[in-house]
Design a binder for this molecule. Structure first.
Ligand code: CA
Length: 225
């Protein structure tokens, strides 16, 4: 899963980023409201952590702009202020949860798990397609009685494919959501990981395949027995 953290206190932003990475999230950081809004509007994130007081745009303005664009990405607002008004203001603007600084890291992680789980609408925190089931907590991919663990990139790619069911996912979407804007990853990185995933599906004996649509992208296909 890919998380955007918008926080102008750089040290805190990096600490939070490192923390999220230990939990297998892919993290992008933005240090001001303008860049944060730009990134958030890309729609590639599974959750956004927003500081309220930011240069350029406030967290309130960012979440309001996201909702106005129809983005339903879960948003967690962080603030040093504790006034009830601010909390109400943030939730009214469309945030999903509010955390007051300073907070315990465990509390932050629990919030992120809760809001992303709600987003995936999977009570047991798993995504399924055909005979495949991907556990989002353990990165275990299972089929029938067999299961194996995916690498982080394989996991991120498969989450994107599974979330789209049998719809086509473009290479560009995969590049942006798995590698991000700042990386030098190219189309063939995607191809390498798709072929690793295909090998794993084959190993599991799954009836699901990943179809390549030339110039378009990839699509999951279920081949019922
Ligand atoms: Ca701030």
């Amino acid at each position: 899963m890919r998380i955007l953290i918008v926080e102008d206190e750089r040290r805190l932003a990096r600490t939070l980023g490192d923390l999220m990475e230990t939990q297998n999230y892919t993290v992008d950081l933005a240090y001001d409201g303008i860049e944060g809004l730009d990134n958030a509007l890309s729609g590639i994130y599974d959750a956004v952590i927003l500081d309220v007081m930011l240069p350029g745009k406030t967290g309130f303005e960012i979440v309001r702009a996201m909702r106005a664009e129809g983005l339903r990405t879960p948003v967690l607002l962080l603030t040093a202020r504790t006034e009830l008004d601010d909390r109400v203001h943030g939730l009214d603007a469309g945030a999903d949860y509010y955390l007051t600084k300073p907070f315990q890291t465990q509390e932050l992680l629990a919030c992120i798990r809760a809001i992303t789980r709600r987003q995936n609408q999977a009570r047991d925190n798993a995504l399924s397609f055909g005979d495949l089931r991907l556990n989002l907590d353990s990165c275990q991919l299972s089929c029938g009685g067999k299961s194996l663990r995916l690498s982080k990139k394989e996991f991120d790619i498969l989450v994107k494919l599974l979330s789209n069911g049998s719809s086509v996912v473009t290479k560009e979407t995969l590049l942006l959501s798995v590698w991000g804007y700042e990386s030098n990853a190219e189309d063939n990185n995607v191809e390498v990981y798709i072929s690793l995933l295909r090998r794993k599906l084959h190993h599991l004996g799954s009836r699901v395949t990943i179809k390549t649509l030339r110039l378009l992208g990839y699509q999951l296909e279920d081949h019922p027995a």
